[in-house]
Design a protein around this ligand. Sequence first.
Ligand code: SF4
Length: 62
Amino acid sequence: MKVWVDDGVCRGHGMCLTLCPEVFSLTDDGYAEAMTSVVPTELEEATREAIASCPEQAIKET
Ligand code: SF4
């Protein structure tokens, strides 16, 4: 799976970082970014949890 964060929608709540810190981090601007566009198989479940938990639905899966 591939993911990216729409920084026009993200509000920097940090929920994704809490659920999957291996994939998501906060930029200096206070928004989340995916550190890797291709998610390793072993992190897909945590990534999907982060996608489902994002209050802004800012995490996009391709
Ligand atoms: S949970 Fe959603 S809104 Fe919050 S930092 Fe992550 S991507 Fe942004």
